[in-house]
Design a protein around this ligand. Structure first.
Ligand code: PLP
Length: 233
């Protein structure tokens, strides 16, 4: 984990530079790729420094840690929830979260809908897809995606804004290029269905070890932790 602000600045600039280069290589505008800094286990003071260095989006994967930090960071940042979400924890996200990346099952959709009705909120969500089919990964199987999206689209307090995936871990990001390409294809397929109340604005894919490949394959949100904040302890 980093300690020095100078190191944080260097890491952040390096990641932003790599995002820019990957986007340009792919003939895309760097502005079309949103960097979410993944801050699980990162101290709030370091997060504030990151914000002051220009990082405006933070991602957390555990509700407890998320709400603790959201209450003390004291900056106008946007919060992304990127981990598995238990239905009984939905209420803690309420007015704090900008985008939930991990809608992965109907039970969770029902819980979000019920909470949304109660507090008068429409949740912006991405549907997590288990493209690689690993047993250990959350996410809707690609073959079920269309039915899932159609069902969620009927829920008025949930707005689907795109798809998210987590590929298998690998040293060589070329090995998971197909996963990113497949998610992009699925988004195009969904768009063609012209389902009311959904859009495919965001593709959340790419982490520290593979975000450049993800951008080449169309990522519009990358979730980067250790490349910015150092190895997690
Ligand atoms: C931890 C995490 C990341 C970031 O991982 P790094 O390899 O540190 O960049 C991205 N997405 C999710 C869902 C995560 O849990």
């Amino acid at each position: 984990m980093i300690r020095e602000n100078s190191q944080l600045k260097e890491n952040l600039e390096s990641v932003k530079g790599r995002i820019r280069d990957a986007a340009i290589r792919a003939g895309r505008s760097p502005d079309d790729v949103l960097l979410v800094g993944v801050t699980k286990t990162v101290r709030p003071d370091i997060m504030r420094n990151a914000y002051d260095l220009g990082l405006g989006d933070f991602g957390e994967n555990r509700v407890q840690e998320f709400i603790r930090k959201a209450d003390i960071i004291n900056r106008e940042c946007r919060w992304h929830f990127i981990g598995r979400l238990q239905t009984n924890k939905v209420k803690y996200l309420d007015h704090r979260v900008s985008l939930i990346h991990s809608l992965d099952r109907e039970e969770l959709a029902r819980a979000l809908q019920a909470r949304g009705e109660r507090i008068g909120k429409v949740w912006d969500v991405l549907v997590q897809v288990n493209v690689s089919g690993e047993d250990t990964k959350a996410g809707v199987p690609p073959k079920d995606l269309k039915d899932f999206v159609r069902a969620v689209a009927k829920l008025g307090n949930i707005q689907i804004k795109g798809l998210m995936t987590i590929p298998p871990y690998t040293e060589d990001p070329e090995e998971v290029r197909w996963v990113f390409r497949e998610l992009r294809k699925l988004a195009v397929d969904m768009q063609r269905e012209r389902i009311e109340n959904i859009n495919m604005e965001f593709l959340s894919m790419g982490m520290s070890n593979d975000f450049e490949v993800a951008i080449e394959e169309g990522a519009s949100i990358v979730r980067v932790g250790s490349a910015i904040f150092g190895e997690r302890v």
